[in-house]
Write a protein that binds this ligand. Structure first.
Ligand code: NAI
Ligand code: MG
Length: 363
């Protein structure tokens, strides 16, 4: 098999983190016949500098054709003044839109070695393994009308519209139920049907989807505000959480902070399965940005990027044992006390980005 990966390292620490994934790919190709075929493109500020757009049409075509896209990070002070539609973030937004990446997966996993060093209560986070599935292309961030109107009496009125159609809820619910089957088989759907019509439809469609195709999975419902409280009070009660774009944005950030540093958090964004091949378009990226404050120093934590690659193995290539081994390798390295600066703790050994990558390849 040939597995095509399109790599978009981007700006700042993006390329530094991506270089450590390249080591893993080289290892897997030469020792395990993984058959990865990689190509690299430009995105963000580096694409703007090269050709005046945040991603070129040519690179966009390559992203659309690849089995999976690996994305580093974009942005930085150098491009603060550039026009809105060619700003670095526009590259990521175009990728999400053109690839129709409607499902954003944000795991919140607590590595044992980091749980021990956490300021949060041990028993709350030890063994934590939640997956938040956030709807990414609909809801209030995109709904029309979206306006600010001058009311003429010194007052203005801002309107954002929360809009969801049945098919959008069905497909995100389907992703959540399918993922739950590969984990602890339970989904909690969060909305606010008590005050929002979109919440009423959300709950109705999730329930119908469950009854029609996924009744083997345990389904519960929670109001999103109560869900936020429960995430902090007793996070281990959850397996998969499925929610809309706005609630998902907030709840995934809350869940993320249960597990520690920004440098540890991976994500995946998935599209609909192809009618013929069944394969999904997919983009994998760390949650963090380009970290201009530490870029170029070789000290960034590459684990978020490497864990994003583990998600790629799992979700785009069904390389489950490889994904498990890679995640175990990360855990092993942390157990040994090997740390980049952002997760450094007493008695541990501080290493560079590249040394962390090497340690994970070796493990
Ligand atoms: P950031 O995530 O880049 O950095 C926040 C803080 O966390 C910084 O102190 C940074 O040094 C630290 N940090 C982040 N990742 C780290 C890692 N892997 N290892 C060690 N430390 C790490 O967010 P910030 O500072 O708000 O944004 C910086 C730039 O990144 C901006 O231009 C922003 O627009 C862009 N950005 C891009 C994203 C993307 O490409 N998806 C996401 C978020 C921000
Ligand atoms: Mg956010």
């Amino acid at each position: 098999t040939t597995r095509t990966l399109f790599m978009l390292p981007g700006d700042g620490i993006g390329p530094e983190a991506m270089a450590e994934v390249s080591k893993l790919i080289a290892y897997m190709n030469s020792n395990e016949d993984a058959g990865f075929k990689t190509e690299e493109g430009l995105v963000g500020g580096s694409a703007y500098d090269a050709h005046g757009a945040a991603i070129s049409d040519e690179d966009m075509d390559k992203a659309m054709a690849a089995d999976a896209v690996l994305f580093g990070a974009v942005g930085g002070p150098k491009w603060d003044g550039v026009d809105y539609d060619v700003r670095p973030e526009a590259g990521l937004l175009r990728l999400r839109k053109d690839m129709e990446l409607f499902a954003n997966l944000r795991p919140a996993i607590c590595y044992p070695a980091l749980a021990a060093a956490s300021s949060l209560k041990q028993e709350l986070i030890e063994g934590l393994d939640i997956l938040i599935v956030r709807e990414l292309t609909g809801g209030v961030y995109f709904g029309e009308p979206k306006t600010i109107t001058d009311l003429g009496n010194g007052q203005k009125r801002a309107v954002d519209s929360q809009v969801y159609d049945t098919y959008e809820i069905e497909r995100i619910a389907g992703v959540a139920f399918e993922l739950a089957r590969t984990r602890s088989n339970s989904v909690c759907s969060m909305e606010k049907h008590n005050v929002m019509k979109s919440g009423v439809l959300w709950k109705e469609v999730v329930t119908a989807t469950h009854q029609a195709k996924y009744s083997d999975v345990t389904l519960t419902h929670m109001l999103a505000d109560a869900g936020g409280m429960q995430l902090v009070r007793q996070p281990k009660q959850f397996d998969v959480i499925v929610t809309d774009n706005l609630f998902g944005d907030m709840l995934s950030d809350v869940a993320a902070m249960l597990t520690g540093s920004l440098g540890m958090l991976p994500s995946a964004s998935l599209g609909a399965p192809d009618a013929k091949t069944g394969s999904r378009k997919a983009l994998y990226e760390p949650v963090h940005g380009s970290a201009p404050d530490i870029a170029g120093q070789g000290i960034a934590n590459p684990i978020a990027m490497i864990a994003s690659f583990a998600m790629c193995l799992r979700y785009s290539f069904s390389m489950i044992s490889e994904a498990d081994r890679l995640e175990n390798a990360i855990s092993t390295v942390l157990d040994k006390g090997i740390r980049t600066g952002d997760i450094m703790a007493e008695g541990c050994k501080q290493v560079s980005t590249s040394e962390m990558g090497d340690a994970i390849v070796n493990a």
